[in-house]
Design a protein around this ligand. Structure first.
Ligand SMILES: [Zn+2]
Length: 217
């Protein structure tokens, strides 16, 4: 009998719960946020599985200046989707993407060009980099212990050793670069011959250059 009372009690409460929820729903307007694939979004709102080492938000870069107010990774939504898919592939194999740079306002590109006016390493701001279009990322990989895997040179190393065609490295380094490249290409990115860390979203090449400031709050 006691069991029966208990069951009825729970049953009644369960029904109350449903009807209260249904009432609430009938008053709530359906909210639909449709975000365009080309809208700029913050990567962290779509995945928590990335490691951030945003060099231009520190003084540890070739500009020797902190040019971003905060270490956020903004990109167009379609770039985020492709990057999250690539990271899932890396995670399956025990690695994660570490980010050095994402969207880069045009004004920062101009500063970089003033220091290194060589199109092999820095895009001419008159043409604009894919970074300025929200379709490029500078990345490396970390292993399961969070340690960056060997890629032969540091990020933003200006020299032939940074290029994919430079082969005078250990087999391990060459395999690491190849692994990064393979998965990124499988997920819709192009590599860049002179920088092992740089990847462009293939469908992002024609998006307009942008010079927006992001919200750091
Ligand atoms: Zn880059």
């Amino acid at each position: 009998m006691l069991h029966f009372i208990k069951s009825s009690f729970f049953l009644i409460c369960f029904c109350c719960g449903i009807s209260a929820k249904a009432q609430n729903e009938s008053y709530a307007e359906p909210v639909q946020h449709t975000i365009e694939d080309t809208s700029f979004v913050n990567l962290k709102d779509y995945s928590k599985d990335f490691i951030y080492d945003m060099k231009y938000a520190t003084e540890d870069n070739f500009l020797k200046a902190k040019v971003y107010d905060c270490a956020e990774c903004f990109l167009r939504l379609k770039t985020v989707k492709a990057l999250v898919a690539a990271n899932k592939d890396f995670i399956k194999k025990g690695y994660k993407i570490k980010l050095y740079d994402c969207y880069r306002p045009l004004s920062i590109q101009q500063k970089m060009w003033a220091i290194v006016s060589n199109p092999e390493y820095v895009a001419d701001p008159k043409k604009g980099s894919i970074h300025n279009r929200g379709g490029a990322v500078d990345i490396s990989l970390v292993d399961a212990n969070g340690k960056e895997i060997e890629m032969g040179t540091a990020f933003d190393f200006f020299g032939p050793e940074a290029g994919h065609n430079y082969t005078k490295f250990s087999k391990k380094v060459l395999a690491n670069r190849k692994f990064l490249k393979k998965i990124m290409i499988q997920n819709g990115f192009n590599s860049f011959d002179s920088e092992w860390w740089h990847y462009n979203l293939k469908t992002g090449l024609k998006d307009p250059v942008a010079n927006q400031k992001w919200n750091c709050e």
